[in-house]
Design a protein around this ligand. Sequence first.
Ligand code: ADP
Length: 270
Amino acid sequence: MTETAAAEAADESKQPSTAIVAFENVEKRFGDQTVLDNLCFDVAPGERVTLIGPSGSGKTTILRMLMTLTRPDNGIVRIDGEPLFHEQRGDRLVPASDKHVRALRSRITMVFQQFNLFPNMKVLRNVTEAPVRAHGVPKAEAEERAASLLELVGLRDKLDAYPAQLSGGQQQRVAIARALAVQPDILLLDEVTSALDPEIAAEVLDVLREVARTTDVTMLCVTHAMRFARDVSNRVLMFCDGKIVESGSPEQLFGDPRHERTRRFLKSVL
Ligand code: ADP
């Protein structure tokens, strides 16, 4: 490298990262199993990234880590440049206070495979509960926001229903509205269509396509539904054994996979 190129590279490394999510050399072990292996990746604001790969390759662990349900053993997870599990003290990183973690964590929500709605609350209250209780949004404002989100997911007429009175697909659509109600910067989706019949799953997919079209929320999705990956995401990461073996646009990764492991995986699911 010439001196100028080296100086430019050094300068570049000083630029603050524009990533909204960054995993820097993240390691996670359960017992003697390495689940995330020196993992590095970035997600840009507004990107919709799908994580695919065989079962047990560490995809859900990544989402759980962003939800602070599990911690890295090594490495740094950043949200908008801020370490999630650490705080800067002078030039050192020290374990983060609960307050620091809560503040960053409040920008992220997750939708689960099994919906996890509050069974004893009507649909409207399911959607307003977190904004009102955890984010201090006035009730009237939360209800107005909830009504427009329920409109977005096609359930404006179900405000007064209880979850048990809804189909699985409808419950999942409420769960999506609920996750968006706190106006997150980052929406995590963990196998959100895998408990649903294909036809109903398509309904949920349509809703997520609409969310992607009408909001600038950053999405990270774990899925085995390749149609979902193709339709909703603009980048696909293929995982194996806690590492990314290949990443690319859906067109590239599905149309012309470069890695043998990706080809084998796609053959097994398509
Ligand atoms: P994926 O989402 O790709 O299927 P996961 O992230 O769920 O993979 O899991 C990766 C590996 O970590 C699996 O082998 C799983 O059994 C293991 N694992 C996940 N969570 C725990 C835990 N809390 N305790 C022990 N092992 C775990």
